[in-house]
Design a protein around this ligand. Structure first.
Ligand code: SF4
Length: 276
């Protein structure tokens, strides 16, 4: 691949780490760096609430890399942490899940070592990734350094044979099955593909609490039961928007069309740690 025809500079005095989210950008980055950075460590932080498709995708990547992906588990389960947080379920405003289930295990793994940590933010994106408060971690953004955009990432995934994660057919982001950043159509996708996980999310909702005696809902102002009542309407609206977006963005990968439609919802954005 043309991208590999130059010498990629990295700090040899530091541990080289590529954190993976199970999403397409960090996966493409792992592939991109495979032959550029020897001794690169691939690390996935498992929240214990990941989608089955995420594990399949990681296994596929692991086989391609020919190297073990270190899988870190939070030393506490979600249920334990939920109890510790007074049954106060995580939300965009009270996002204890990311700190407790992702960041802590990653920081425990790297300890106080000097690290170069690779982030899969693309050249066409205007957002920041997770930057730790630890001054031992130096973040690197190879896609931005080398001008690799969405088309470049898709090409890396296609040429490697890894392709897109399967969940991209119905969901735009990696992360927990109950992630509150999901849009309505993605919740419906969860119900259709993983009804048992949808039911589990409903159970959490019944047990949850959002402060001041307000019942918790994963979606702002709508319970999952109410969502089920609007399923057909949501699907029909989504189908119309998909058609419009497909004719507007001809040649775009279907999963990217889906993501644009979902992103356009004007609801909360995604998690900068979990979605890469
Ligand atoms: S994927 Fe969503 S629910 Fe899971 S840790 Fe990240 S922000 Fe929290």
């Amino acid at each position: 691949m043309q991208y590999q025809d130059y010498e990629f500079k990295y700090d040899k005095s530091r541990r080289q780490i590529c954190p993976l989210s199970g999403g397409k950008d960090s996966t493409a980055l792992a592939i991109y760096l495979k032959d550029k950075v020897p001794n690169l460590e691939y690390v996935f932080t498992d929240t214990g609430a990941e989608l089955p498709e995420t594990y399949e995708y990681l296994d596929k990547l692991e086989a391609f890399l020919g190297k073990k992906i270190v899988r870190l588990n939070s030393d506490k389960t979600f249920d334990y942490l939920l109890k510790k947080n007074g049954n106060y379920l995580p939300s965009a405003r009270a996002r204890w899940c990311t700190a407790e289930m992702k960041i802590k295990s990653y920081e425990r793994y790297i300890g106080d070592d000097l690290i170069e940590s690779y982030v899969g933010i693309r050249a066409d994106e205007d957002r920041e990734g997770y930057t730790s408060n630890k001054d031992t971690i130096k973040p690197r953004y190879p896609f931005q350094e080398d001008g690799i955009d969405l088309g470049g990432v898709n090409k890396i995934l296609e040429e490697s044979g890894i392709g897109m994660p399967k969940y991209y057919e119905w969901r735009s982001r990696s992360g927990c099955y109950f992630c509150f950043f999901q849009r309505r159509i993605e919740w419906i996708g969860l119900k259709e593909r993983h009804p048992e996980l949808f039911e589990r999310a409903k159970e959490y909702e019944k047990a949850g609490y959002a402060g001041d005696d307000v019942p918790f809902t994963w979606i702002k102002g709508m319970s999952l039961e109410e969502l089920e009542g609007k399923e057909e309407e949501i699907k029909a609206n989504h189908a119309k928007r998909m058609e419009r977006e497909k004719s507007r963005a001809r040649g775009k990968h279907l999963t990217d069309v889906f993501k644009s439609v979902v992103d356009d919802d004007g609801e909360e954005s995604s998690c900068i740690v979990c979605d890469l």
